[in-house]
Design a protein around this ligand. Sequence first.
Ligand SMILES: *Cc1c(COP(=O)(O)O)cnc(C)c1O
Ligand SMILES: [Zn+2]
Length: 548
Amino acid sequence: MSNHNKRIDLQCIHCGYIVPYTRPMAACPECGENILKARYDLDYLRETRWIERIAEREPGLWRYHELLPIYDTRNIVSLGEGWTPLLHARNLGMMIGLKNLYIKDERQGPTASFKDRQASVAISAMREQGINEAVVASTGNVAIAYSAYAARAGIKMWTFLTSMVPGEKMRECAIYGGEVIKVTGTYDQAKVVAASFADSKGLFLDRGIKSIAAVESMKTMAFEMVEQLGWRSPDWFIQSVSGGMGPIGVAKGFEELIALGVVDKMPALGVVQSQGCAPMVRAFKNGQRVATPVENPQTVIATLSTGNPGRAYELLYDLIGQNGGSMEDASDEEAFNATRLLARTEGLSVEPATAVAFAGLFKMARRGIIKPDEIVVINCSGHTFPVETQILGDRFAHLVDVSEQGARISVPEEGLLSALEQMEEAIRRVVVIEDNPDAGRLISRILQARGNYEVHLADGGAEGIVLVERVHPDLVITDLMMPDIDGFKIIDALKADENTRHIPIIVLTAKELTVQERERLNGQIESLLQKGSFMDEDLLQSIVDALK
Ligand SMILES: *Cc1c(COP(=O)(O)O)cnc(C)c1O
Ligand SMILES: [Zn+2]
């Protein structure tokens, strides 16, 4: 550490009043405003080229400690949070037509959500201020993260959870030795109960999004993504929101990076909410700066069940007004579909709250709100483990029953083989003609993940026709634009041959078709899907229909 004395001030967002930061403060002493922003000596950090030293430090959230609200680094409580990977999502990006889609994989934190950042900063601040017992209300993940960090710091934690939170998450909090209070009611009601409990017992109440620690911790995601993108801002930051702390903190991070001269651009914000609890999205679509609270959230996704967004919505509304962005909602079903798609194309299994963000991203990409070349970072937080039963149901494995032969020691070949044979009968053979090898692989992966498809890939038109004649598939999926023989000619050739005439054809194309071209395909093919805008569900539905 440098010997320059660290200085942190709190500044009122309403009247601009500045007071040195010594302890958490509920409101501005001048005007009563309850949102205060932490301010650091950014001029000093810019002059001393602070940012150039960052890359040399240990990876992790605390490498940015000069810009975090802790005076003495000995108070840091860490479990190795932060510096999560930024994954280039090539497969998913290809499917939805975004070349530069990056996933900030916040699942890889100590308790598997980005709340680890908040917990590390908030619990460190509590330690610095000598607080040894605290109260927090949560939609689930904050409670888990706070319980873990509090255990490490020796702080007693009272977590108030809405009864909608899955039992597995409550157990996870309890295992760290905290007190778990399940409130039968909404999250907003749980917050009220927590506040009055803290008040009556004279305990410290974590003020969630209104606390300095929360917003300050979230901005470290901005610092990391800028470095991971090669010191530049993305065009978009996308997240599903409940209280809205994530994007608000990330935006503050970008403001500081701009003040430090590291980047010159704020990203647009893509804010996504669950349809059954989307007060922000509703207000945004109506052009209102104040949101009407949702009294009774209608969503099974407890993580996103803040019905009353309060002032956070105003802040996001203003940020989007200044820097661009959009708000979108997604139904629980759209979220569950997105969960499967993300898992099958990128190998990432996420909790439904994160899937909501992806479902919203798909809509923004489809509607052209996000442009194909733009750099998009999406916050991917929360693992599926606690909730996977909701996603997969109980039909996730093939059952091969060999129990009749079970008593014998010899390998029960007959039973096993006939069971496998039965499965094989249902196999559908598909020829995919596609000269872009990535697209071809992606299509075959989608098919293989979704059922018994045997996929044969042809790299171009000439090879495709030969392959169709050889394997006699149940279905052909072809691209239209290929350098050797294009899709139109393939269709003509297959339709002209008696042996292949009956095989249904699905066309996948990146090209906008002219009226003449559409007419030419009319009656010849089963369906036409636009590349870069079809989802696996669309493709599979076309296949199911074609094979009927
Ligand atoms: C907390 C959380 C959210 C919502 O974040 P906010 O920024 O507080 O609105 C979304 N997804 C997951 C997985 C979360 O844990
Ligand atoms: Zn004020």
